[in-house]
Design a protein around this ligand. Sequence first.
Ligand code: F6P
Length: 327
Amino acid sequence: MEKEIKRIGVFTSGGDAPGMNAGVRSVVRSCIYFGYEVVGIMNGYHGMIEGDFIKMDSSSVSNIIQRGGTILKTARSKEFMTEEGREKAYKQLQKAGIDALVAIGGNGTFTGADKLSKEHQVPVVGMPGTIDNDLFGTDFTIGYDTALNTVIEAVDKIRDTASSHNRLFFIEVMGRDAGFIALNTGIACGAEDILIPEETTSIDDLIKILDRGFRQNKNSGIIIVAEGDDSGGAINIAKKVNELYDHYETRVTILGHIQRGGSPTCADRVLASRMGYESVKAIKNGYKGIMVGIVDDQVAYTPLSKAIKHHNIMNKDLMEIARVLSL
Ligand code: F6P
């Protein structure tokens, strides 16, 4: 017979994402609503191994829905990647009487969660929280919309100075393995070209695009580069272009961790609130080892192993549209 669930632990792990706090708030309040005790696990898997737990009530999550970052802190734990690490974490959970977990994070978080749930039969439900939008089984991940808006605000500002100085800017955005941020912000900012890991980058093709623009009297430009691009990031690409083509004075901007902070957008707050509630409901209904997603505005459950392995599919039409419109 399945063990009765009385106490649920919630934690955030991996790279933080705006809206994680809204997610924690939703999990805590939904647990209270459904009659569960709820415990916050600090510092992700690191805190789970250390037994860094705090009891949470409704007021623990007051006034956080609008805040970026995560009140539970986050970490990337090497120890949890080992069987011994997970064994230690499991013992801490048992000692604290935590019967089930809600894990908020991305690929690394779910890889760990999947192992923990399989090795020690801990019911775990995942909530996709990452700015990268690279998980299968949900149209959007928590934090992605805010990151997009942060990027376009920054790129619009760079466009002003690029245009004043007649310069070509290579702007690097986050996305180790996924070009969602690059592609969507590139379209939104009218970038001259967008370089993403999902497509092989040809420096020759890029130069052709730049030269076509130059001949049409474009005297400045923006190239958006996803950090995981196969040509090696914005610095390298700018260098390669400069060696072969010198019609533009170039500059490089790496937007970096600014993309991970800030107050979440309305879309991210609502998404996180929905997912938090649905995660607790999923635990109540006996689900385990799954990620809660929203697909076509409906709740969808995907096995954690599948959410990690299958990349969200890049919409090829968007790439085509970007090229047509940047003429
Ligand atoms: O996974 C989210 C992410 O922001 C990636 O886009 C990026 O490559 C990575 O995290 C950066 O991680 P860190 O904060 O550990 O440098």
